[in-house]
Design a protein around this ligand. Structure first.
Ligand code: NAP
Length: 273
């Protein structure tokens, strides 16, 4: 109950899903938590439940991130834990998603059938610039902007733990999500580079690469769900707490010899990173 006692933690995108679960577990473990989200209502709801603080900013907006972390420095004078969790899925309407799920199922059936493949998703050739940029902006720019500002607070104190949210999609790839996979792979590479850079300052940087977890982000997955379950040896999606406990561990002093690592709670999808 006191694994994070006395620590101040900021969790981005914590008005929902994994960020919300992480925030709850952090608070239970004694941390004081700053809840960040785009949606002030969601951030306030979670902050109220954990007796935390609200800080609403868009992680992909460099100036807004700078202002947000300046407020943390001024108000608290420290930051012990940063979780770069905010993220988005590719944006599809229900109709587009159903059409893509059907195409994917047909594509996989044809591939596995061993005959001629005539059905394709063709995501990359039809991906608009703005969709590519938005995905990289929220995940990769956001992780960089928040890490840069957090290090300005953690560096002089020679202590801190940063946990970045990757994905199995960044390690194993994922059909039909090139921008998401690129962003997540980038986050994991970034985590290793920064881990090396700041190790002498007593700051640890690690990543989590979740498998498929039941959250509002994955709720719209419909016809493709059986396909994903078939690829998961545990044959189920994970729960947000499966990721929250990984974040507690990496953020806590129990992980004091752990840096530059990717921890992947994924139901057996991947057996190593
Ligand atoms: P979620 O329920 O949709 O939560 C994501 C949160 O991030 C939302 O509260 C969202 O706010 C916030 N957000 C989005 N863009 C933001 C921005 N620019 N600035 C600040 N906050 C922003 O999704 P989740 O499943 O919990 O995902 C959390 C993280 O885990 C993401 O990085 C995701 O890629 C990663 N992940 C998820 C899974 C999974 O299976 N669920 C697997 C691997 C990795 P609004 O709701 O206001 O937009």
């Amino acid at each position: 109950m006191d694994r994070l006692q006395g620590k101040l933690a900021l969790v981005t995108g914590s008005g929902s899903g994994l960020g919300e679960a992480i925030t709850r577990r952090f608070a239970e473990e004694g941390a004081e938590v700053v809840v960040n989200d785009l949606d002030p209502g969601a951030a306030e709801r979670v902050a109220k439940e954990v007796d935390g603080h609200v800080l609403t900013f868009d992680v992909s907006d460099s100036a807004a991130v700078r202002r947000g972390f300046a407020e943390v420095a001024e108000r608290f004078g420290r930051l012990d834990i940063l979780v770069n969790n905010a993220g988005i899925a590719p944006r599809y309407s229900d109709e587009e998603r159903a059409e893509r799920d059907a195409l994917l199922l047909q594509h996989v059936t044809e591939l596995q059938g061993g005959g001629e493949v005539t059905t394709f998703l063709d995501t990359t050739v039809s991906l608009p610039d703005e969709d590519w940029r938005e995905m990289l902006a929220v995940h990769l720019d956001g992780t960089f902007f928040c890490t840069r500002e957090a290090l300005k607070i953690m560096g002089p104190r020679r202590s801190g733990a940063i946990v970045n949210m990757g994905s199995i999609m960044g390690t194993s790839g994922g059909s039909g999500a090139p921008a998401y996979c690129a962003a997540k792979a980038g986050i994991m590479g970034f985590s290793r580079a920064v881990a090396l850079e700041v190790v002498g300052r007593g700051i640890r940087v690690n990543a989590i690469a979740p498998g498929f977890i039941d959250t509002p982000m994955t709720a719209p997955i419909g016809a493709a769900r059986p396909l994903l379950l078939a690829q998961t040896p545990m044959a189920r999606f994970g729960e947000p707490d499966d990721i929250a406990w990984a974040a507690v561990y990496l953020a806590s002093d129990e992980a004091k010899f752990v840096t530059g690592q990717v921890l992947s709670p994924n139901g057996g999808w991947h057996m190593s990173q």
